[in-house]
Ligand binder design. Structure first.
Ligand SMILES: Nc1ncnc2c1ncn2[C@@H]1O[C@H](COP(=O)(O)OP(=O)(O)OP(=O)(O)O)[C@@H](O)[C@H]1O
Length: 243
């Protein structure tokens, strides 16, 4: 079953500095299966964040449509930077998008504890490392119990050990609360490790260059050698390649 169907007939940003406006998207289509994990890969500045914004409804200035199988789906969005409100505690940041019903606070505290943030619930974000702030942003995205989770390079600029811990945490959370994920990354190893579908974008205008099912078992995903082998055969990337 398709969870979200994206059809962008045209998306263009206004021209800057006298250059003519170039269409970012023209006749682009992408269907995302329910409870699938799709990783979007592609060069910097191509339009991946724009695509997430169109799906989320943050940007409605385009020709086309985004249709969801579920009416009024709950959407969690983890942005490229954690975007926490500095004058709110961790718990307040996480509960901000939630309806203020009985049990909201208890559930949010439970989620924070589950995510290793129990002791940080009542502190302000500036006291936390970037890794912890990213963890809070992940908690905020999960707290809405999303039908669709949009993630825009959520682990970028972390050291590998921290990024790895968060990747494991994300995989655990999704195993426990299955949801549809669209995940933007520059890192094809991260994509192979987490996703069940890789969509490699090229352009402009943006087009799908490769659309690959990731067939690795959870055990193979934990093995860097298997991930590299898959990148090599499925994406044509060599062992030393950066992307
Ligand atoms: N609000 C805006 N106004 C004008 N141009 C914009 C706006 N937002 C994005 N752009 C331009 O649209 C293009 C695509 O931007 P976008 O952020 O979607 O790319 P991206 O693939 O996510 O890049 P990155 O991987 O570097 O984050 C870029 O050239 C960017 O400068």
């Amino acid at each position: 079953m398709t969870a979200v169907s994206i059809e962008i007939r045209a998306k263009t940003f206004p021209a800057a500095g006298g250059a003519p406006a170039r269409p970012l998207y023209a006749d682009f289509k992408l269907d995302v299966a329910d409870r699938s994990f799709t990783a979007l890969l592609g060069p910097s500045g191509l339009g991946k964040t724009t695509l997430l914004n169109l799906i989320a409804g943050v940007d409605r200035d385009f020709e086309g449509r985004v249709s969801f199988s579920r009416e009024q789906p709950r959407i969690g969005y983890a942005f490229q930077s954690p975007r926490l409100l500095p004058w709110r505690t961790v718990l307040e940041n996480v509960t901000l998008p939630l309806p203020k019903t009985a049990g909201t606070l208890t559930r949010a505290r439970g989620l924070l504890t589950e995510m290793g943030l129990g002791d940080a619930a009542d502190v302000y974000p500036e006291r936390l490392s970037l890794g912890m702030q990213r963890r809070v942003a992940l908690a905020r995205a999960f707290a809405v119990e999303p039908d669709l989770l949009l993630m825009d390079e959520p682990f970028v600029s972390l050291d590998e050990a921290n990024a790895d811990r968060l990747r494991d945490l994300l995989a655990e959370l999704i195993a426990r609360r299955p949801t549809t994920v669209v995940f933007v990354t520059h890192d094809s190893r991260e994509a192979v490790r987490l996703a069940d579908r890789l969509v490699v974008l090229a352009g402009p205008p943006v087009r799908i260059e490769q659309d690959v099912a990731v067939t690795l078992t959870p055990e193979q995903r934990a093995m860097p050698g298997e991930i590299d082998r898959f990148r090599q055969t499925a994406l044509g990337l060599t062992r030393g390649a950066v992307a």
